[in-house]
Design a protein around this ligand. Sequence first.
Ligand SMILES: [Zn+2]
Length: 357
Amino acid sequence: MCRNQRELLTASDASAPFFVGVDVGGTSMKIGLVDDFGRSIHVGELEANGTNRSFVAIKTEADPHNAVKLITESIRMMFNRLGIKESNCCGIGLGIPGTMDQNTQCLRELPNLSGWNRFPIAAELENSIKMPVVFCNDANAAAYGEYWVGSAAGYPSVALLTLGTGIGCGIIIDGRSVNGFNGYGGECGHIIIDNSKDAMLCGCGVRGHLEAYAGALGVARRTLQLTNFRNSSIRNHITPETRLCDIARIVYNEAENGDVLAIEIVVETANYLAIGITSILHTIDPACILLGGAMTFGGKDSAVGRRFLQSVIDGVKNYTFKAIADNLVIDFPVLGSNAGYIGAAGLARKEYADKKK
Ligand SMILES: [Zn+2]
């Protein structure tokens, strides 16, 4: 099934050259076409149980060779449908939730796509579609999307934290994504915020990381501890069947209903984030910090989300230097789940422009 996004530009109104962005997730992938100004011309999402598409190629057990075939077919189909010549498309950005070994150009560390590990995806796709392919980590792709045409447009640098089960982070400085020597640049979810012996355990196996406190699972564990000895309407919504990953949502709902403990948990989560963000500020001093992902307590459309954001801003002010706090923008991103494919396309465009120089 192919779902079209609203407010797409028609191909005749778009400015060539065009770039394809592919955002590969654990359960679905988005393929979009973007023009030279970052405006979307088309985006399709391939979903499980689609009527005319096999989804198996991007499941955990998937064969990455099939995925390359599927991506190639989908891109060709998109060009045909839009009446766009392949020669007007100058690159493909491939955003993937993992890192790439710089020596072998093979994927590694893909927890949800383990069958893809050690696969040279960029080279294989390039060979299949005969077009330049740029690999990028999905967090950096999303950050680049916001940097190019989103909430961070016009700023020289941005760190986008994606708050979900874990905490992802993409960093762009002067148009370049921070990949790091080993591909671990911008792993800010694993900044240490507590080095005590009984610090909370992170998903990576180490204690005291930011993600262990401010990721959705961390919020859930703190909530379960607190509701043991505090009165709260949260208790009424947690049963033995409740999944840990759903508890942050319950906290958000109860905070909206005015539950005192739920609001405290939201503010405390913001404070943990402020501590982690301060380490980012004192390392790279970015112009803009964005807080995206599913766990922003409703984001800008909700009173609780706005309070969450303000608490992060207030916390950062307490922890950092005045000059940094005075000039720093902390906000929610605007591109949502489209940031990944738009940013991947943007990184392909950057590669194309750099090669032309
Ligand atoms: Zn960790």
